[in-house]
Ligand binder design. Structure first.
Ligand code: PLP
Length: 393
């Protein structure tokens, strides 16, 4: 008799986005004439840049001709894209061989798949509040999860604590808090991981939003990281690829545990479980790493950053505690007047038709906090910011 994976029964129901959708549709059915201002979304709203679109078109044309047609692509990624990404890291002072860069269909896919490299007996440490997939992917794999709560007292950037962690999730810039670890703080985590023989899974999905020159975009800017970290990145937020799908993962050649080389294991995994990412998408992605591509994606990111500025200006005027917004697309505020996350959600929806994301949905220590996203429409963000100010002043 087939036995399904019993760990699925251990997954907690994720009510967050379901509840938000229910509350919005309930409100809209009662108030059909009211417009909703959506500052809750984690998806981008601007289309792909010209550079990417042109490269995608050209790649489609390549597939139409015998002389330029591509069939199966290399499982770990096309050489041209792995080289372009390694060159991009080099500009930041991080030396990588193209073979240390693995092309993926996005960070979500990779955050789940990479767990194949690790035994189920390993414990995963998740810094909370956190992107929910970290916990769920490990629950599905039957792994023990250690929760490390953060809070306003450490600006949502906790230091390592003595814990039996084997896998350590670090997301910087963080979703949902927008907080970013500086080099000294990350160095402590790298030293901790190396001392324990643990591995850091560094989620750099929002690195392109960093504007403060001193902040690290990659964990490999930290000395010692090549012996304890895997970096997972994505073009979703960097270049608007949420619906196009492309990401990359860095596994340094030095990364070994118990005599096994993690990069070699990953090659074996990819060659078994994938036939590579489509040629067309990899061509589109390579355009992001050209000079023109970098200029164009920065223009889009600036639009989101301007949205964030409009919102943080309001929180500054109101004297509301927040982090994020400057080097990240998310602004994480303390709910005013001691309101809970969901009370504040209801209050904003009912009074001014503004929707954000209750912090409690990202872990218990997110209770009393609230996430605003800068990925929304610019005009809507301006109206929402004015409404928030009028309501809370
Ligand atoms: N990691 C974090 C922290 C995210 O917020 C997201 C998406 O919102 C992802 C990974 C997934 O990115 P992708 O679209 O590449 O799957």
């Amino acid at each position: 008799m087939l036995k399904p994976n019993q760990n699925y029964a251990q997954l907690k129901q994720s009510y967050l986005f379901h509840n938000i959708a229910l509350k919005i549709s309930d409100y809209q059915s009662k108030n059909p004439e009211k417009k909703i201002y959506r500052l809750g979304i984690g998806d981008v709203s601007l289309p792909l840049s010209d550079c990417v679109i042109n490269a995608l078109h050209e790649a489609v044309e390549d597939q139409a001709k015998q002389s330029t047609f591509h069939g199966y692509m290399p499982e770990c990624g096309a050489g041209f894209l792995r080289e372009a990404i390694a060159a991009h890291y080099r500009q930041r002072g991080v030396e990588l061989a193209p073979e240390e860069v693995y092309i993926s269909s996005g960070a979500s896919d990779e955050l789940g798949d990479i767990l194949d490299l690790f035994d189920a007996s390993n414990a995963a440490l998740v810094i909370e509040p956190a992107y929910p997939a970290y916990v769920d992917a490990n629950v599905i794999a039957g792994r023990k999860i250690l929760h490390l709560a953060s809070g306003a007292h450490n600006a949502f950037l906790p230091e390592p604590e003595e814990a039996d962690a084997d896998l350590i999730y670090i997301c910087s810039p963080n979703n949902p808090t927008g907080a970013v670890f500086n080099k000294e703080q990350l160095k402590k985590w790298v030293e901790f991981a190396n001392a324990r023989g643990a591995i850091i899974l560094f989620d750099a999905a929002y690195e392109a939003f960093i504007e403060d020159e001193a902040l690290p975009h990659s964990i490999f800017e930290i000395e010692g990281a090549k012996t304890c970290a895997i970096e997972i990145c994505s073009l979703s937020k960097t270049a608007g690829f949420t619906g196009t799908r492309l990401g990359y993962t860095v596994i340094p050649k030095e990364l070994t545990r118990s005599g096994m080389n993690l990069g070699e294991m990953w090659v074996r995994n990819r060659t078994t479980k994938t036939n590579g990412v489509s040629y067309i998408l990899q061509k589109g992605a390579a355009a992001v790493f050209t000079e023109r591509g970098q200029q164009q994606i920065r223009q889009n990111i600036q639009v989101y950053k301007q949205n964030a500025k409009v919102l943080t200006a309001v929180f500054d005027k109101l004297g509301i505690w927040y982090c994020g917004g400057k080097n990240a697309p998310y602004i994480w505020i303390k709910c005013p007047n001691g309101m809970s996350s969901w009370e504040f959600f209801d209050y904003l929806l009912q009074e001014i038709q503004v929707v954000g994301t209750p912090g409690e949905g990202f872990g218990k220590c997110g209770e009393g906090f609230f996430r605003f996203s800068s990925f929304g429409d610019t005009e809507d963000t301006k109206v929402a910011a004015t409404r928030i100010y009028q309501l809370l002043k």
